[in-house]
Each structure stands twice: as C-alpha cells, then as structure tokens.
Ligand binder design. Structure first.
Ligand SMILES: [Cu+2]
Length: 180
C-alpha cells in the first residue's frame, strides 16, 4: 500500500460557465420537468462493497473537469475498507475530493483515501462534501451518456462501474458545490 498522500489544495477549477450551467440545470430539475434521481437506478458490487447509482452532471462544451457522485457507497461487510483510487477513459485523471467551507470560501482538497468502516453507508452526492473529480475530460459529458470508471478498494479489489450522465435533482439544496 502506498504511503498516504499529504492533503493538498485542489488545483482544479470549474469555469464560471459550468457553475452557471449547473445552477440552471438544478433550477430546471426543480420544476419537475426532468426525471428525479434515480430515474434509472443501477448498482454494482465487489466483495462487501456496494456502489449504488454512480452519476455525473452534464458539462458544457469546452469544460475540462467534471464530477462523479454515488447515491450511496456501502460497506456491507465486517471489515473496514477504503476507496483508494479511480481511473476512467473519460478523463486524464480522477481524484477523490472533499469540499469544505473555510471562512465562507469553498476549498477543495484532495482526499488520499475514502474510509469505509464496516456497515458504512456514505452518501456521496451532489451538494455534499465528497466527489470524484474528473480532470482533463476528453469530451464534455452529455445528458444520457454513460462512461466507465474503475474503482480500486483496498480490501474488495477493483470494480468497473458505469456512470450515468444526468441532470441531478435539486434535493432542496443549493446548486452543487462546484464553484471551486
Ligand atoms: Cu473537485
């Protein structure tokens, strides 16, 4: 196992246009014109880990970053596990990120690993703190697209999941924290 990376400031930025597009998408979704998540739920299992409904919001043309979320990430086993890393043919790199508010400013940090204690059921959703960041997108993510992401867990091993690109529902929350 590699030594944990030190937490560091995320170098990624989403263009203002993307933040605007996401805000508009959320507003549109809130009107009920679009199917709510999970319109077509899907899940994946590897060992004791269940990856429930991986999804990604669409990105505007020219965007080079995007985010992947999970409705839930569960460890149904009795042993602790950790999500170590992810890769995808859709992007040059995939990083685990946590966003936090510090002095009213949204900060993005690279998370070396995501801990999954026994019985954990983590919501890794838009508007929340944790996401997978797609860096160096090869093409914009379009509503209805699907793409694979390969997840590597310390105990359970590796599993490729299919991510659905979709407009997320508003969830009664402000637009996703992607103005970083
Ligand atoms: Cu990020």
């Amino acid at each position: 196992m590699a030594a944990p990376l030190p937490a560091r400031r995320c170098a990624c930025t989403l263009p203002a246009a993307l933040a605007m597009a996401m805000a508009m998408a959320m507003a549109t979704a809130a009107t009920g014109l679009l199917p709510a998540l999970p319109a077509a739920a899907h899940d994946f299992r590897v060992g004791a880990i269940v990856i429930d409904h991986p999804y990604a919001p669409p990105t505007p043309g020219g965007a080079t970053t995007g985010a992947v979320y999970f409705r839930t990430l569960k460890n149904t086993g009795r042993d602790p596990d950790r999500l170590l890393s992810a890769t995808s043919p859709a992007a040059a790199t995939v990083e685990l990120h946590r966003s936090t508010i510090e002095n009213d400013v949204m900060k993005m940090r690279h998370l070396p690993v995501l801990e999954l204690p026994p019985g954990a059921s983590l919501k890794v959703r838009h508007g929340g703190e944790i996401h997978l960041m797609l860096i160096g997108l090869k093409a914009p993510l379009k509503n209805g697209d699907r793409f694979p992401v390969r997840l590597k867990f310390e105990r359970a091993g590796e599993r490729e999941v299919v991510v659905h690109v979709q407009l997320p529902r508003a969830d009664g929350k402000p637009p996703p924290g992607h103005s970083h």
